[in-house]
Ligand binder design. Structure first.
Ligand code: NAP
Length: 521
């Protein structure tokens, strides 16, 4: 089966031979992919002139209603999406994060759009500024939708959530999207996309899909367009330096690699609830999605006097993890998304090994249940221990995008802060302590290097959504290595697809522009 792109309102199948996409569990071919033959310039024009024009006819509330209706429609499609998700290596829990998580994001944006945005076309930003002494001349900031398109380039690890979490804010803003999923798991994205088309809920031209390369599309972008990229830092760096992105000042946001740290407070000794919560969270973060989560804990920053106990406890729990066919009920961890991906992770572990000792796991010797270990992209959890955390760079810069994490000992709070920040910018960090003073010092130290920080203790554990779950309400993104972008985060995520303009004039003329927009109802 060759995956089709959705171009100018119709399905397009390339006549060229496509690259083969394989099942993560069996290694068998699932689909082929190629976008050869797509007219990318026409695609961009269609998005702008058909999709953008139609979307902007609706108010924020009307577009929010569409997102809600779409989320409901996709909810009914879940059984077929879950079935296909297994081929990406996802267990039921992994699929829940990807599929239900993606649909949930649409629901949240639908609700936020109706509650926090006006039933109109302009979003008012703050109160008016009185400029003239007599009050006849004032200023007002407004946000209006860009008159371009959003190119959404996504990573392989969340084929459903990755698409929907970007579509929610961009469609709510009134900007049409061209979705480009990562090739290796694009068959699941394409299935979700098929359902979006079938639903007939979105106006014509609101969404298009590229299965395969983006060809020369970036050459056709202009200052009204946005590129929202998720993937590796190297691809992000390459794309943001594209001559046309620079020449046209195309908005470019990236969510990239992240060496996320989790810090255990010195009060959280073995036997305390925080120590137990820490162990549980690390095992979860290492094994959910086989560690292929941009937010996964890669560096376990713990007081040097508890490192021994911690490694002992983690090893005990990791030994209980059942690696196997993701479709089996008692499998805890499925394979990586593909054999290439596994090779990549093994290479990264090789780069980490000289300075970091492998204290749990084995690259070859482990059991796989219900599947052929040789054909599937299986890997067991690997725990490393940093030997020289202050002099070694690899632990702070090498991302093994799999079930791999490294214990990094620290000697003082200042030292813990320094180590966490040596990730040079992360999506998320977490702090496990029941001492609010420790918590305060750590947060002041690490917040500038993080997009989100979880403060975990016994008081919030029951309701906590955990270290690794991005939420539509809160910032997802981070400085530096994490890409320097900010997706999601409530209405701020929507405003990213809009232009902030200061309008100046008399109170009456400005009032006319803004009057129906000031009340969200
Ligand atoms: P990747 O190789 O950088 O690919 C990301 C996306 O970019 C894919 O859709 C890829 O398409 C596309 N791409 C590659 N070269 C391109 C080009 N020249 N022009 C246009 N598009 C291009 O990353 P990945 O392997 O899919 O994902 C793994 C990485 O993503 C990890 O490092 C992880 O940390 C990061 N990640 C970050 C987040 C986050 O939110 N920060 C989330 C998930 C993953 P093809 O697949 O067709 O090459």
């Amino acid at each position: 089966m060759k995956l089709k792109s959705f171009v100018e309102g119709s399905w397009f199948e390339s006549s060229s031979a496509g690259a083969e996409l394989t099942d993560a569990v069996t290694g068998e071919t699932v689909a082929e992919i190629s976008s050869d033959g797509v007219d990318f310039a026409a695609m961009a024009e269609y998005a702008r002139h058909v999709g953008g024009t139609k979307l902007r006819e609706y108010t924020f509330h009307q577009r929010a209603e569409m997102l809600g209706a779409l989320a409901k429609f996709l909810n009914d499609k879940k059984p077929e999406l879950y079935a296909l998700s297994t081929s990406t290596g996802a267990t039921r829990t992994d699929s829940w994060l990807d599929i239900d998580g993606g649909i949930g994001t649409l629901f949240v944006y639908s609700s936020k759009g109706r509650r926090e945005m006006p039933n109109d076309h302009i979003y008012i930003d703050g109160p008016p500024e009185v400029i003239g002494k007599e009050g006849t001349f004032i200023g007002q900031h407004i946000f209006v939708p860009l008159r371009g398109l959003a190119l959404h380039i996504n990573a392989f690890n969340f084929p459903c959530w990755g698409m929907l979490e970007k579509l929610g804010p961009s469609l709510l803003a009134g900007v049409p999207a061209i979705v480009k999923p990562a090739s290796s798991t694009a068959y699941l994205t394409a299935k979700v996309f098929e359902a979006i088309v079938e639903s007939n809920i979105l106006p014509e031209g609101a969404v298009q899909l590229i299965c395969g390369s983006t060809g020369n599309l970036i050459d056709h972008l202009n200052c009204q367009d946005v590129v929202a990229f998720t993937g590796s830092k190297s691809t992000a760096d390459h794309l943001r330096q594209h001559p046309n992105i620079i020449a046209q000042s195309v908005r470019f946001t990236a969510e990239a690699d992240s060496l996320n740290a989790s810090v255990l407070g010195s009060d959280a000794k073995p036997g305390t609830p925080e120590f137990d919560l820490y162990v549980k969270e690390i095992v979860k973060e290492m094994t959910i999605k086989a560690g292929q989560k941009c937010t996964a804990i890669r560096r376990i920053i713990a007081p040097e006097n508890v490192v021994g106990d911690l490694i002992g406890e983690l090893s005990k729990r990791l030994a209980e993890i059942k690696v196997g066919h993701p479709g089996l009920k008692d499998t805890d961890m499925g394979p990586l998304a593909g054999l290439d991906q596994r090779e990549e992770v093994r290479t990264r572990i090789g780069e980490l090994i000289p300075e970091n000792e492998m204290v749990f796991g084995d690259l070859e010797k482990f059991t796989v249940t219900g599947a052929d270990k040789k054909r599937g992209a299986f890997l067991a959890p690997i725990l490393l221990q940093s030997q020289n955390p202050m002099s070694d760079e690899s632990v702070h810069s090498t991302e093994a995008f799999g079930p791999v994490s490294t214990v990094v000992p620290y000697s003082s709070i200042d030292n813990a802060v320094e180590l966490a920040n040596r990730g040079e910018g992360s999506l998320v960090g977490s702090i496990f302590t029941h001492d609010n003073e420790i918590s305060k010092r750590l947060i002041q130290g690490i917040a500038p290097y993080h997009g989100r920080v979880l403060l975990m203790n016994r008081d919030c554990a029951k309701e906590s959504t955990g270290h690794g779950s991005p939420l539509p309400h809160l910032v997802h993104g981070g400085p530096g290595r994490a890409g320097g972008g900010e997706e999601l985060g409530g209405i701020r995520g929507v405003l990213h697809y809009m232009q902030r303009t200061a309008i100046q004039g008399s109170p009456a003329s400005i009032g006319l522009v803004t009057e129906s927009n000031s009340d969200p109802e």
